[in-house]
Write a protein that binds this ligand. Structure first.
Ligand code: 9MR
Length: 404
């Protein structure tokens, strides 16, 4: 699979997931059917979303200047963000905001096998650590923890992968990759996303495993093998299984939650060195299908296995909200607030990481754009680095969280 194809596949898989989810976004059952007769579908949707908007809500009020990393720390939580090397190294103001707010830093690109132009694996024999090294240097300079994303994924693989890796040599490649990368940062990484997005129910595998080159070449045990190799290379790092589509009360997410629980149980019962579940948390603004009880129960089941939980890629897409900026910002803030309130009630949740920090830089403009062409506002700071309602909501969620 070429770099372009894998990007395309990434896009297709991801938007398929988002689209199915969006079908549920405004569902209000029978009311919807009745309402459409009088109002028209679009107008009804608009009104349902507007009904969520509360200009006097507590969560949007500015709670004072203390940074998010400090508020998190006060509760023994960790807060941080995933940031791209090019953005961090070129944009001084952005770098300042990142160092001010974040207690942990994740390279959004530099530790994947290949995201052009940051190719960690330029050839089958070589590694280029320029981007990741710089990110680690930045993190250490500002006393931030550093997090690795990701060792084993079916996407962002280099062009040479398809014609080079096969069932005879896959194990050697996996071993060489994990040993080299994890050893290089040994003792300096808080946690590693060892395996990313290994479940895809629609691929039809009996355990819900995604059809990836690793599954094809090494069989189901590639996941356990990856965790064992990572643990050998850095025994102190927290090792994480990371996935999306676990958050909502829709059939698709329910099936995925069950498959993830099954995978985690299997790994634990075999004594694999897995320490945490990463719940990506790419949320839809104003989604009505977040069910606190279902989500709470899921978190409790994971915690009962003795695993920690990390919120690893939190952002809130305002793709389908009305255009008015204040309304959008308030509903995005409400979405953060409702979600974090439930997540932080669970003491096993140790870490909250957002996928980006400022609306100036977000993957969502490219992957999940608005139909009116307006730029998205899914993050905590606006394009000028000013704190938004979403920042207030997260700050307040940390302040209200029980201490760990
Ligand atoms: O945000 C990332 C985007 O810039 C990359 O092009 C893409 C492919 O490497 O990956 C995006 O990050 C994804 C993360 O690695 C895994 N979960 C979904 C994230 C958002 O798409």
């Amino acid at each position: 699979m070429s770099q372009k194809m894998s990007q395309k596949m990434f896009q297709n898989n991801f938007s398929r997931n988002m689209l199915t989810r969006r079908k549920f976004l405004y569902s209000l059952g029978a009311l919807t059917a009745m309402g459409t007769v009088f109002l028209g579908k679009d107008e009804l949707k608009r009104q349902q979303v507007l009904a969520l908007d509360d200009p006097n809500a507590e969560y949007i009020k500015y709670p004072g200047d203390t940074s998010l990393k400090q508020r998190a720390r006060n509760k023994n939580l960790i807060f941080g963000a995933a940031i791209r090397y090019d953005q961090l190294s070129k944009d001084k103001e952005y770098a300042q905001s990142v160092s001010k707010e974040c207690g942990i830093l994740v390279p959004e690109w530099g530790l994947k096998w290949s995201v052009y132009p940051y190719i960690l694996r330029p050839t089958p024999e070589t590694f280029d650590f320029t981007a990741a090294d710089w990110m680690l240097y930045f993190a250490r300079m500002y006393h931030m923890k550093f997090r690795g994303h990701t060792l084993v994924w079916h996407l962002s693989l280099p062009d040479w992968f398809e014609n080079t890796v096969n069932s005879q040599n896959a194990r050697t490649f996996l071993e060489q990759h994990i040993k080299t990368v994890v050893r290089r940062y040994k003792g300096r990484v808080h946690s590693w996303d060892v395996v990313n997005e290994a479940i895809e129910i629609t691929d039809g595998h009996p355990d819900g495993l995604r059809k990836t080159p690793w599954l094809e070449f090494l069989g189901e045990d590639y996941i356990e093998l990856a965790f064992r190799l990572a643990h050998e290379a850095d025994p102190k790092a927290i090792l994480v299984y990371n996935d999306y589509g676990l958050e909502y009360d829709i059939a698709e997410d329910e099936a995925k939650r069950n498959a993830v629980l099954k995978l985690l149980k299997r790994l634990k019962s075999r004594g694999a060195p897995i320490h945490a579940l990463g719940i990506q948390s790419h949320l839809d603004a104003g989604g009505t299908n977040f069910n606190p009880k279902k989500f709470r129960d899921f978190l409790a089941e994971v915690a009962d296995m003795g695993l920690d939980i990390m919120i690893t890629e939190l952002d809130v897409a305002d793709t389908d909200l009305p255009k008015d900026i204040e309304i959008r910002d308030r509903i995005v803030a409400k979405t953060y607030s409702d979600y974090l309130k439930v997540a932080l009630e669970q003491p096993a949740v140790t870490t909250v990481i957002t996928w980006g920090l400022s609306d100036k830089y977000t993957w969502l403009n490219e992957f999940y754009p608005r139909s009116d062409g307006a730029l998205l506002r899914p993050l905590l700071l606006d394009r000028n680095g000013q704190r938004k309602f979403a920042w207030n909501a997260i700050a307040r969620a940390f302040d209200a969280a029980p201490s760990r």
